[in-house]
Design a protein around this ligand. Structure first.
Ligand code: FVH
Length: 288
């Protein structure tokens, strides 16, 4: 198999394939990054086309969608009949565009989303999302399992990126809250490490509410078994903003939620669950 791109992630992918005993050919735009991999048994190709022709399975992990096209477009004839697995981060639309481009040039594309950082690759806890033709996934699943748990999420080429971006969005939301929490305690001279155990305990408790939120969202009914209603939370949220100002901390990571809460409450949903805020997020009619 071939790996195109030897950045932090591409190198980790190639190492995992080597560790699983697979023959690996590697290529990187800037030479000089393959030393350790070659010492570990990989073959370094001098050109993209040589790397592509070396294997039936070509894994691509580059900077962005544009660099994927810059790399693959000139060698599209050589890609015919092969399976390309694109693990470069991108949008659902980019995944679909690449899938259609692959179809017109006679090769199969699996578009993927890596839910791990490089040191996690090949270790328990890593999982990788794939979408595109199921047959291509089934044929190469065993090989791909070397990277982490392989999750096939459907034939729509955009689906893996959709799930990847949704999961990353949840991660960045949590990260914003955590950084703001650490800023608040640091403003009072409290070490983040001293506060972290309380934060972990709280986030674990809050994480347990996801299943219930998902049920309300699917039912589109936010009135069932309401424990802490939106109106109450919108009023209390003001204290989060005021407390930040009091402590000399910018509330800019937290601030965007408040007007949404006030708007939803003003529209008559103050007695409902917070989950109803989702109804304010859709910008295109007829798709939800
Ligand atoms: N690292 C991470 O934590 C995340 C985990 C989840 C998935 N992401 C995505 O993986 C893609 C690659 O990320 P990376 O960490 O390997 O990134 P870098 O170490 O910066 O390596 C970038 C490679 O891309 C090559 N490259 C850049 N532009 C081009 C181009 N126009 N043509 C060909 N290759 C290009 C670059 O080559 P070079 O600069 O060494 O010549 C590196 O091989 C990414 O989508 C993450 O979002 C990683």
């Amino acid at each position: 198999m071939t790996v195109l791109g030897l950045g932090a992630m591409g190198s980790a992918l190639a190492r995992a394939f080597l560790a699983a005993g697979r023959p690996v050919t590697v290529w990187n735009r800037t030479p000089g990054k393959a030393g350790d991999l070659v010492a570990g048994g990989a073959t370094e190709a001098a050109a993209v086309e040589e790397a592509v022709r070396a294997s039936g399975l070509v894994v691509v992990c580059l900077w962005d969608h544009r660099s994927v096209h810059e790399t693959l477009d000139p060698v599209r004839a050589a890609l015919a009949g092969r399976v390309v697995v694109n693990l470069t981060n991108g949008t659902p639309g980019q995944g679909r565009e690449l899938g259609e481009w692959a179809r017109t040039h006679g090769f199969a594309l699996l578009d993927g989303g890596i839910m791990a950082v490089p040191p996690m690759i090949g270790a328990p806890g890593a999982f990788v999302l794939y979408s595109g033709p199921e047959e291509a996934f089934t044929t190469h699943r065993e090989t791909l399992d070397a990277l982490g748990e392989s999750r096939y999420v459907g034939p729509d080429h955009g689906r893996a990126a959709l799930y990847d971006i949704a999961l990353l969005s949840a991660m960045y939301g949590a990260m914003m809250g955590e950084l703001h929490a650490f800023a608040m305690v640091r403003s009072a001279g409290v070490a983040a490490t001293g506060f972290a155990p309380l934060l972990q305990r709280w986030m674990a408790a809050v994480g347990g509410l996801q299943e219930r939120t998902a049920q309300l969202v699917d039912a589109r009914d936010y009135t069932r078994d309401v424990v802490s209603n939106l109106g109450m939370q919108a009023a209390a949220y003001h204290n989060l903003i005021d407390a930040a100002h009091e402590q000399g901390v910018s509330p800019e990571l937290l601030a965007p939620l408040h007007p949404l809460m006030l708007r939803r409450a003003a529209e008559g949903h103050g007695h409902e669950d917070n989950a109803g805020l989702i109804e304010l997020l859709f910008t295109r009619r007829g798709t939800t």
